[in-house]
Ligand binder design. Structure first.
Ligand SMILES: *Cc1c(COP(=O)(O)O)cnc(C)c1O
Length: 333
């Protein structure tokens, strides 16, 4: 099966499994797990931060950041379609009493700083206290422009806001811009990276920030049930991924471009966008899209059916697979 539903579907490779099997472990709640400690140190170094904390998921890692930045009754400004607002069960509001102020993304995935400025609440007893700007990179595969990052930093400094980056796919952004990930992440107050997307591990995210910030996040992680014991077994996969699976993301980007190019000439679907490892197509075929998806499935291609279809490239989809996908789509149409 060629699975294009997400880059979360990757299988750990032989070498990754070996690294996991051989990992030295300890009780991480005591801070004793050398592999977790090594992963956290490596993530901190890569992102240009003092400290880091391993979390079981990106949802938890983002929530830890929001809880560490904001108090009850504070507010964070965030994209209307951002993961930290829309796809995390309202955790900041439910568990942190933190009010979201969502605004629409711009075309390029940024949040207009002009618009953000208008949403900052005055220092007056009527309002929640605006504390944090939360941005995302990449957004639907789109890497934020590099210049935006320093603009956002300056803006947050000028307005006394913290700046959090949901960097679930920030390595795709770094590979796209041909910069080290640090150039994107070091100016943020905090960044959450996902190991389980394009980097190909079974699970895990890492939150990076200052020592004081990570100390605070650590307390929240325990409270949320994210304190894990011999977690080095999975941290070993993360270390392996950070050492071996970053540069290869370029192959996924090239495959996305190839696929978008091949699909652009077909009647019945229209390529709506292609950025880093994602291709978006609008389906206009004669049969219902669910039947189109079923016809693909029967040919060994798994997609999420919808008005707009997101095709995600990852390490378990080769160039030959892409050629097969194009054939399958032609047949299904
Ligand atoms: C996947 C993802 C997350 C974290 O998701 P988990 O499934 O909880 O690991 C956060 N932000 C973005 C943009 C994501 O794509």
């Amino acid at each position: 099966m060629i699975d294009l539903r997400s880059d979360t579907v990757t299988q750990p490779c032989e070498n990754m499994r070996k690294a996991m099997a051989d990992a030295e472990v300890g009780d991480d709640v005591f801070g004793d797990d050398p592999t977790v400690n090594a992963l956290q140190q490596k993530a901190a170094e890569l992102t240009g931060h003092e400290a880091a904390l391993f979390a079981p998921s990106g949802t938890q890692s983002n929530l830890l950041a929001l809880l560490a930045h904001c108090q009850r009754g504070d507010e964070y400004i965030v994209g209307q379609d951002a993961h930290t607002y829309k796809y995390e069960g309202g955790g900041a509001a439910v568990l942190g009493s933190i009010q979201p102020q969502p605004i629409e993304f711009e075309q390029d995935g940024s949040l207009s700083l002009e618009l953000v400025k208008r949403k900052i609440k005055p220092n007056d007893h009527h309002y929640a206290r605006t504390r944090l700007l939360s941005i995302e990179n990449t957004v639907s595969g789109k890497p934020l422009p590099m210049a935006y990052l320093s603009d956002a930093r300056k803006f947050c400094d000028a307005h006394g806001l913290g700046l959090h980056l949901d960097g679930a796919r920030v390595f795709n952004a770094a590979v796209h811009h041909q910069v080290s990930v640090k150039e994107i992440t070091s100016e943020m107050d905090s960044v959450s990276i996902c190991l389980s997307k394009g980097l190909g591990t079974p699970l895990g995210s890492v939150l990076c920030g200052s020592k004081a910030f990570i100390h605070e996040a650590h307390k929240w992680r325990k409270m949320l049930g994210g304190g894990m014991r011999q977690a080095g077994i999975v941290a070993a996969a993360g270390l392996y991924a950070l050492e071996n699976n970053i540069e290869r993301l370029v192959e996924d980007h090239e495959n996305a471009e190839f696929l978008a190019g091949e699909l652009s000439s077909l009647a019945g679907i229209a390529v709506a966008g292609c950025a880093t490892n994602m291709v978006f197509v609008n389906y206009h075929g004669t049969k219902p899209v669910s039947e189109f998806a079923e016809a693909l499935y029967n040919q060994g291609v798994n997609i999420c059916a919808g008005e707009q279809i997101r095709l995600v490239l990852h390490k378990d989809v080769t160039r030959e697979d892409c050629v097969s996908v194009v054939e399958a789509i032609k047949n299904a149409l």
